[in-house]
Design a protein around this ligand. Structure first.
Ligand code: SF4
Length: 330
């Protein structure tokens, strides 16, 4: 991961520094495509447990095509098709679906699945697992569900003094995939000061997309007067990007659902605007924000590339099988 393009010296007039990478990650792209293919293949309605990804625009577009979003399996008619969201589900959710004879398609991001596997493995080895993440977030609920007796949530460095474990020699930390990299490291340091034998996960749990988007924001943040991150308020990675912009030197930063959420007053005295978008945000919403800014004199756009991303994920196996077999639900 290397910074490839440094922004050049600012011109006298207003401009936008546009972060790259931004927007859709491989896991979100796969999850959205999963629902789209399911709608095409089976026809509406297709039920989706929870928001497929944390973006209102995406959810509304899929609803318009016949997706029905529910909170829990018991809202899905017996025998119907239900897609599980990118954030992952606890094993008991699979069990509930089986009991209702639901036909499930699991769109959990493979990078979340990896964290679930780590939780299962360390629990089987009788470790206490300290899961760094935000209380109540769907991903955290799903990962915790893999080993509820062994997982303790650590919601930031300030939670560390209250954390208790059975055996300080058998402790490992894992994390939610969409956290602030720097804040997570602070939490790990605090945990390690308390539990010196603390083990780290075998590889990064904070995913490549979260890391790359934050790193691109960091490059731009010191050079802007205002940072706008396009994303929904329940999108963890989008919220973190605003925090990273502010910590990184942007004097002001806002999370905006779309161009309509921008307050003209934010632009008072602003010469350079940084723009990026969370991993669940379609590019059309960024294009609309750029058009809004152009109308207000910020027509010059310089894209600042931190990393080129090429990762893609195959569709869930159960859906691929269906699509290849060409069978249709009755
Ligand atoms: Fe997967 Fe990361 Fe995207 Fe979440 S943000 S869906 S973990 S790639």
């Amino acid at each position: 991961m290397a910074a490839s393009t440094e922004p050049s010296a600012p011109p006298a007039d207003k401009r936008v520094l546009l972060a790259k990478p931004r927007g859709y990650c491989a896991g979100v792209d796969r999850a959205v495509q999963t629902v789209e293919h399911a709608l095409e293949h089976y026809g509406a309605p297709v039920y989706v447990r929870k928001q497929i990804v944390h973006n209102l625009h995406v959810v509304q577009a899929l609803e318009a095509r016949g997706a029905i979003f529910v909170e829990e399996n018991d809202e899905v008619p017996e025998g119907a098709i239900v897609v599980f969201s990118a954030h992952g589900v606890a094993p008991e959710v699979h069990a509930q679906a089986a009991a209702r004879q639901l036909r499930t398609i699991d769109a959990t991001c493979p990078l979340v699945t990896k964290v679930h596997q780590e939780a299962r493995r360390f629990a089987a080895e009788d470790y206490d697992i300290l899961l760094i993440g935000h209380e109540g977030h769907e991903e955290v609920v799903g990962t915790t569900g893999e080993a509820p007796q062994r997982v303790t949530l650590v919601d930031g460095p300030e939670a560390v003094p209250d954390i208790e474990v059975r055996d300080p020699e058998r402790v490992v930390w894992l994390s939610q995939t969409t956290l602030s990299v720097d804040e997570t490291m602070e939490t790990v340091q605090a945990l390690r000061a308390k539990f010196p034998a603390l083990q780290s996960p075998p590889s990064d749990d904070i995913c490549y997309a979260t890391q790359n988007r934050q790193a691109a924001v960091k490059v731009i943040a010191p050079q802007v007067d205002l940072f706008l991150v396009v994303g929904s308020h329940n999108s963890s990675n989008s919220v973190r990007m605003v925090e990273v912009a502010l910590v990184g030197g942007a004097p002001a930063g806002h999370l905006v659902e779309n161009a309509d959420s921008i307050d003209d007053a934010w632009l008072d005295g602003v010469r350079t605007v940084g723009v990026s978008s969370g991993a669940s945000v379609p590019e059309i919403l960024v294009t609309e924000v750029l058009a809004y800014l152009a109308e207000r004199g910020y027509g010059e756009i310089e894209e600042v590339t931190h990393t080129e991303e090429r990762l893609t994920f195959a569709l869930p196996r159960e859906l691929r099988r269906e699509l290849q077999g060409g069978t249709r639900a009755g």
